[in-house]
Design a protein around this ligand. Structure first.
Ligand SMILES: Cc1ncc(COP(=O)(O)O)c(C=O)c1O
Length: 378
């Protein structure tokens, strides 16, 4: 019967009750080591917590099901997951990735490219043609894209990109941090790996770091990703995995609410003379709106960017005036955040200086609109 359950039901139920005690909420297993019996066989499935533990397993099982993958691996942060996947690229091979992407992941890419003789091509836009031009047949091993793209919220045509990447024997990894599987399933669209910084929507309460990589196939490459996690100690701790599971149980509700709040705010702000543009894939005016509708079947998420008229100073004055939005980086939590993205990314950032990145939370939308209105009017 459980095979037919909807994602919403699976999320709400989480890992189910604890069979040993009948506890409705699963226990935390903080033990770092696991016993053997008198014949020196392991009593359960675990050996040592760096290899995984029951709380990590529960998150992996649920994440695998939600994304429709073959397996998932949970990491101590999003970047630990990104690093493990890139670590499986051999020297002499090639990676293609966007010029505009999460800056920390790009910093890591540049580092391994420099130190391990891995070719790196950064493509300027996320159109299929641009990505095709960045490929080196026979050499390109991994193509990394974000969807939606942070912080322009452009949308990648995952199905079309997967086709061109597979044509030259490469693999496609999609950073779907801002479009979790309650709205977009990148593996169904042809990606080989989907990545989530679970620090964001999966957990949703801004109180832990975690990363999840889900694979379409269990194969030697995937075994290597797991081996890297084991050897580098990149696994999530038991308490954080338990907290993450608690957060995940409301993912669908939080994402739905953040999406409807964000859409209402984007529509309200579009045309405000204090803004040059509102970037949000849910707006009909967004250049990739039709594609977003096709790929994001249950909401466009809570992320948007505001290009403030009057440049960097004007943008920073808006952040200084908000009273309800918290001026802080990160995204995907229940509370709304606003940030001047250029300052956060640093001097190498290619983000426009007048861009404010907004993570819309689950508060009353009227309160959020009133706060942005007064900050923009001031
Ligand atoms: C799109 C995206 N990918 C990856 C990461 C890295 O995740 P973490 O901060 O959990 O290491 C972030 C963090 O902000 C992100 O926004």
């Amino acid at each position: 019967m459980t095979d037919s359950l909807s994602p919403e039901t699976r999320l709400a139920r989480g890992p189910g009750h604890d069979a040993a005690t009948g506890a409705v909420v699963p226990p935390i297993h903080p033990s770092t080591t696991f016993m053997r019996d008198s014949s020196y066989e392991l009593v359960g499935d675990h050996i040592y917590a760096r290899y995984g533990n029951p709380n990590v397993d529960a998150v992996e099982e649920l994440a695998t099901t939600l994304d429709g993958g073959a397996d998932a691996a949970v990491f101590a942060s999003g970047l630990a997951g990104v690093a493990a996947l890139f670590e499986t690229v051999d020297s002499g091979r090639h990676i293609a990735a966007p010029r505009v992407m999460y800056h920390g992941a790009q910093d890591w890419l540049r580092r391994i490219s420099d130190r391990r003789s891995i070719g790196l091509t950064l493509f300027d836009d996320v159109s299929v043609d641009s990505i095709r031009d960045a490929l080196r047949p026979g050499e390109t091993d991994l193509v990394w894209v974000e969807c939606p793209v942070n912080p322009t919220w452009d949308i990648v045509d995952i199905e079309a990109v997967a086709a061109v990447v597979h044509q030259i024997g490469g693999r496609l990894a999609v950073d779907a941090t801002c479009a979790p599987p309650v709205t977009m399933r990148a593996l169904d669209l042809g990606a080989d790996y989907v990545f989530h910084s679970a620090t964001k929507y999966f957990n949703g309460h801004t109180d832990l770091l975690a990363g999840i990589v889900v694979t379409a196939r269990g194969d030697a490459r995937w075994d290597d990703v797991r081996l890297v996690r084991k050897l580098t100690g990149g696994v999530l701790g038991a308490f954080e995995a338990w907290l993450l599971m608690r957060g995940m149980r409301t993912l669908h509700l939080r994402y739905e609410r953040a999406s409807s709040n964000a859409l209402a705010i984007a529509r309200h702000l579009e045309g405000n003379p204090a803004l040059e543009a509102v970037l949000y894939p849910g707006l009909e005016s967004h250049p990739h709106h039709d594609l977003a509708r096709r790929q994001m079947t249950n909401g466009f998420g809570g992320m948007m960017s505001l290009l403030v008229a009057g440049g960097e100073e004007a943008a920073r004055r808006v952040v200084a005036r908000v009273r309800l939005f918290s001026p802080a980086t990160s995204l995907g939590g229940v509370e709304s955040l606003i940030e001047h993205r250029f300052v956060v990314e640093g001097p190498h950032s290619v983000v426009p200086r007048n861009l404010l990145r907004v993570s819309v939370g689950i508060e009353d939308v009227a309160d959020l609109v009133a706060d942005l209105d007064q900050a923009l009017a001031g």
